[in-house]
Write a protein that binds this ligand. Structure first.
Ligand code: ADP
Ligand code: MG
Length: 320
């Protein structure tokens, strides 16, 4: 490592976020972290590549927020509390304005979500970021994909489709009202990891994941890992009214069912826990909608307003 790289790390990445349990963080060969007795360490990593996961000309603060938040969304889906993260950063050059804006936004989000940067790697090359998040969950209390049972109700938090609709921002031929592009930009670059919801669902949801590849594909993961299927009611999908004005009904349905990047939680609830969910919704602790049921018949079936099974084209975003 050259002195240049060392001072760069020291200047921009040595004091981002705060969290307990850091025995030693940035600056040693590896981070030393204290995992309290009775807690499980929850670890997840996601890579963002310029030109693939965000446009080449995306602003550094936008990139920082999206990279951390999509990772935190995975911790939310496990019912974990964020603690620490590492950052492997590949940079085309040492642009100090870029680094300043990037690290400032990263620090703000790290503070907001209560996690600390404890290490990483810095290399030269095409702009790429890997963030590895680490969180804690009391042993045996994590939300997993495999715990659903037939008859469990399927819920989703928030509203769907905005993540996919946001890709319109990058279509030069599409013109959007300023207020709409502002909203979509926020949805894309500042998705809100549903961390408190994940904590609230511990002991109540039987399975959970975050919707990153598209609702049908992601619900398919819960179904597969629980050796079940699911039936979803198309008329029940939570869609923001303003989103419906952006395109024809078929396109909006594709965004909602097959588009990725929503980072809402999809979770299943056994009948005996439905009252607890309703109470949370009434108390304003959870914004969630019931969209269907888990079934013993495998596969995901979409049911229209007339109770008929309908075919829906795609099955979510796939990299390969
Ligand atoms: P090594 O050669 O042992 O891998 P590095 O030169 O890669 O060490 O990193 C030196 C220290 O700086 C390590 O503690 C590492 O975790 C930290 N570090 C390197 N890059 C980053 C980064 N982008 N963000 C946070 N910490 C970093
Ligand atoms: Mg290294």
């Amino acid at each position: 490592m050259s002195l240049n790289e060392f001072s760069l790390i020291e200047h921009y990445f040595s004091a981002i976020g705060q969290a307990g349990g850091v025995v030693s963080g940035v600056g040693d060969d590896a981070a030393l972290l204290d995992v309290p007795a009775g807690q499980h360490l929850v670890v997840s990593v996601d890579t963002l590549v310029a030109g693939v996961h965000f446009p080449h000309d995306a602003a550094p603060d936008d990139i920082a927020r999206r990279a951390l938040r999509v990772n935190l969304s995975d911790l939310a889906a496990m019912g974990a509390t964020p603690r620490w993260f590492t950052l492997a950063l590949t940079l085309p050059g040492a642009d100090t304005d870029w680094l300043e804006a990037f690290s400032r936004a990263l620090a703000m989000d790290a503070d907001q979500f209560g996690c600390a940067l404890v290490g990483g790697d810095t290399t030269a090359g095409p702009l790429t970021l890997s963030i590895q998040v680490m969180g804690l969950v009391p042993a045996g209390r994590a939300l997993t994909r495999g715990g659903a049972r037939a008859g469990d109700h399927v819920f989703v938090t928030g509203t769907l489709g905005e993540g996919a609709a946001a890709l319109q921002l990058f279509e030069p031929s599409v013109e959007l009202a300023a207020v709409v592009s502002e909203r979509l930009r926020e949805r894309f670059y500042q998705p809100v990891p549903r961390l408190q919801e994940g904590l609230n669902l511990r002991g109540i949801a039987s399975a959970a994941l975050d919707v990153s590849d598209g609702l049908l594909a992601d619900l398919g993961h819960i179904a597969e890992q629980s050796a079940l299927g699911a039936e979803v009611q198309l008329s029940a999908m939570p869609v923001a009214p303003w989103l419906k004005k952006l395109a024809d009904a078929g396109t909006v349905q594709d965004w909602v069912l097959c588009g990725g990047d929503d980072y809402e939680l999809c979770f299943t609830v056994p009948p005996e826990n439905l009252a607890a969910i309703d109470n949370m919704i009434v108390r304003g602790e959870l914004i969630a909608t019931c969209i269907g049921r888990m079934t013993t018949t495998t596969g995901i079936r979409c049911i229209d307003g007339n109770g008929m099974s309908v075919q829906v084209g795609q099955t979510g975003y796939r990299h390969f």
